[in-house]
Design a protein around this ligand. Sequence first.
Ligand code: HEM
Length: 227
Amino acid sequence: MQRSATRAGWTIVGLVLLFVLIQGFVWHSASRGTLGLTGDTSAIERLTGPMPSLMALFAHMITGALVTTLSVIQLAGPIRRRWPLIHRISGRVLAVTALLTGIGGLIYIVLSGTVGGTLMSAGFGLYGALMIIAAIQTPRLAMQGDYDRHRRWGLRLIVLGLGSWLYRLHYGLWYGTTCTLSEALCGLAAEPDFSGVFDQIQVFAFFLPYLLILEWWMRRKPQPIKT
Ligand code: HEM
């Protein structure tokens, strides 16, 4: 009893910390997306391409900000248990916004490519495709009453929903560490045109390892998952 209360306490601390940590990126994404959609297409300087692709990408930044926030809310077991209605409403909004985010990102990739070239387009393309699949599967299985698979797909959607933030976190940690070590090492293997080895690993490393860890964890825990 004492142990489970301590665990619940740490879970809440972890969730609150995660919620606080994502706020900078959520604000960046929502504000840049709004600026872009309201006419300031230089909101993110490196973005290029036909106007429809830019609009799709700016829209995906606004829906993506919601996806990042709602992923943490859906992860919160205490909210789901105490306020199931909030869990259901935010789950529906998460599924719709994740679907739109994936579609918006893919439109940009198809029409304009990415700053990092073919490899980055492949990594981000896979990321978008997986997000679209998870956004469809999660509510579909809930509607069919298959709650075990619904939870599994919901967890995959949450991991993907946090992926974009994790991408920036990896860069922050990399620059923070290498620049602290020495000036010569600062930003090692990361290039402004995203052609460095670190950049090339990152195009998959912000979602694939986390999905693999989740799959391993779900296989270790075949009984219904209590998050
Ligand atoms: C999870 C929610 C997401 C958020 C919050 C988000 C946010 C952003 C932001 C703010 C940018 C502008 C660049 C920057 O400031 O770093 C961006 C760029 C981009 N995003 Fe997303 N994104 C999300 C999901 C996705 C998905 C699912 C895809 C895949 C289809 C995607 C594809 C792209 C692409 C292709 C770019 C442009 C890359 C380049 O610079 O060439 N994003 N995203």
